[in-house]
Design a protein around this ligand. Sequence first.
Ligand code: 5GP
Ligand code: ZN
Length: 109
Amino acid sequence: MSDCIFCKIIAGEIPSRKVFEDDDVFAFHDINPFARVHFMIIPKLHIASLADAGPEHQALLGKILLLAPKLAYEQGLDSGFKTLVNTGRGGGQEVFHIHVHVFGGGPAA
Ligand code: 5GP
Ligand code: ZN
């Protein structure tokens, strides 16, 4: 999606603080963190929201969820963390490329 800011981040057209990347998935720190550690995990495939995902995305979404504790631990959230997926305008979603927020460690500085 040429006008999607998260697709541009994946492509390196918009800089980000990368946490993790493989063939399927990209993770990067939120530009406006609401916790001391706050990053997002996204699929490289453009899926607009959880409401736009289908059975063909089951493995990809499962992979993202299973990655959350691993990356959270690597980022120092060894006693636990929160996850959040905003879906749709009414759900507070601002960027329409599906993303799982992972955050914790107390309030952002
Ligand atoms: P949403 O409200 O859609 O669940 O969350 C979108 C998140 O993306 C927000 O927390 C916002 O701070 C973050 N964000 C928006 N634009 C950028 C950007 O250009 N770079 C980074 N790293 N985060 C962004
Ligand atoms: Zn996208």
